[in-house]
Structure formats: structure tokens, C-alpha cells
Design a protein around this ligand. Structure first.
Ligand SMILES: N[C@@H](CCC(=O)N[C@@H](CS)C(=O)NCC(=O)O)C(=O)O
Length: 214
């Protein structure tokens, strides 16, 4: 059976992405959770990957150590995780890549903190630009769909890539367009997202520097 090594569910945004993809794949996997920022946690991660980052997927002899690479690996095993239509698939990969490599202001100013509610953060220009870009991007995708659902209709890896942003927008009460707000609600209603949130809420570790906007 495959093993997915993840960080704290409350804070580890990259772990959430890989976990969601595996859950939606329907494949069995074991989870090994490493509490980030606790004594010896780096050594624990390095035991699995020399990149020193989670998530890490172990499948027999194979180690895959990056969330998007894990998503691609799982998508090769299980069809349907990327949109079926080639045009949608290209766009889904583009929005996923943009999330994977961008939105630095958002990542720094609004750390994922799933169980946090009603946090308040002043919006710098850079942060407002990131939020506005995501709002426009979601609108572009969602307006092409006949009904509310994933960015490309059925749930896809693109939705996994933005799942941590959904938790962030919810925790920090970020104002969005109506369509994006409905997408946030659609994501938050997802049974896997709720399960992740429940597990995050049950964790006791607190990473002080990620506790923003109190
Ligand atoms: N690009 C990597 C980023 C992974 C990453 O930065 N993970 C963070 C946790 S969310 C980490 O492992 N941090 C280790 C540390 O804080 O020392 C991916 O997509 O998996």
C-alpha cells in the first residue's frame, strides 16, 4: 500500500493538496503525519525525502516528493482526476501551475490555518493583487460551467490545488465576488474537506508564527 507523509493538517497546505488527490482517486493509502516545527521534525522528514519537505508519497521503491508531482503520478494510475476534455485539461494544468509557483504574498500574509475563524489581516497591495487574481481566475473557470461545482465541472486536481486557498479565504473573511464565494462554500461542503478540517481541529500543536490576525 502507498504511504503519504504529510505535515500538520491544520497548517500544511501542500499536504492537503496531495491528500485530497489521493482521497479522490479512491486508492488505499496510509498516512504518516509529522508535526512540523517540533523537535527533530526535520530529521523525520529527511528519513523519507532529501528535499526535506512534505508531502512525500512512497509507493514501493518509488518516492515522489512534491504535491503536483504526486498529483500527476496518481492521475496516471486513476483516470478522471484531470478534466477529460483536452482544452479544459490544459487550462486546469495552467491554473494548477500558477498556484504551485505563485501567489507568494497570499502565502506569506495568510498562512493556512484551517481551524482559525474570524481572523483579520490588513490587505497590502501585493496581497490584494493576489486575491483579486484568484477571484478573476475562479470566475473565468466557473463561468464556463453550467452549474456550481469544481473549476472544471467535476472535481479535479485544480480544485485540490486551490483547496488551501479556500480555507484561507474562510479563516480571514476575505471578500470575494459572489461566484467565487459560492465556490468557497462548495469546496467547504466537500466531505473530504470536512474530514480534513475535523482532523485539523483535533490536533493540539500550535505554530505561533502561523497564528496571524488574532
Ligand atoms: N513545492 C512543494 C512545497 C512543499 C512544502 O513547502 N511543504 C512544507 C509544509 S506545507 C514543508 O515541508 N515545510 C518543512 C519545514 O517547514 O521545514 C510541494 O508542492 O510539495
Amino acid at each position: 500500500m502507498m504511504t503519504l507523509v504529510i505535515g500538520n493538517r491544520n497548517y500544511s497546505s501542500w499536504s492537503l493538496r496531495a491528500w485530497l488527490v489521493l482521497r479522490h482517486s479512491g486508492m488505499d493509502f496510509e498516512e504518516k503525519c509529522i508535526a512540523l516545527d517540533t523537535p527533530g521534525y526535520r530529521d523525520q522528514i529527511y528519513r523519507f525525502s532529501d528535499a526535506g519537505r512534505v508531502p512525500v508519497l512512497i509507493d514501493g521503491e518509488l518516492t515522489v516528493w512534491d504535491s503536483l508531482a504526486i498529483a500527476e503520478y496518481v492521475a496516471e494510475k486513476v483516470p478522471g482526476l484531470w478534466p477529460e476534455n483536452a482544452l479544459d485539461r490544459a487550462l486546469a494544468r495552467a491554473v494548477s501551475a500558477e498556484m504551485h509557483s505563485g501567489f507568494m504574498a497570499l502565502r506569506q500574509a495568510l498562512p493556512m490555518n484551517c481551524r482559525a475563524q474570524d481572523r483579520k489581516v490588513a490587505l497590502s497591495n501585493e496581497l490584494a493583487n493576489d486575491i483579486s487574481r484568484i477571484d478573476r481566475l475562479w470566475n473565468e473557470c466557473l463561468q464556463r460551467q453550467p452549474r456550481m461545482g469544481g473549476l472544471f465541472g467535476e472535481w479535479s486536481i485544480a480544485d485540490a490545488m486551490f483547496a488551501p486557498v479556500v480555507f484561507r479565504f474562510d479563516s480571514y473573511n476575505i471578500q470575494l465576488s459572489e461566484l467565487s464565494q459560492r465556490y468557497v462554500e462548495w469546496q467547504l461542503e466537500d466531505a473530504n474537506m470536512q474530514e480534513w478540517l475535523r482532523m485539523a481541529t483535533e490536533e493540539s500543536e500550535v505554530i505561533e508564527r502561523e497564528e496571524i490576525g488574532l
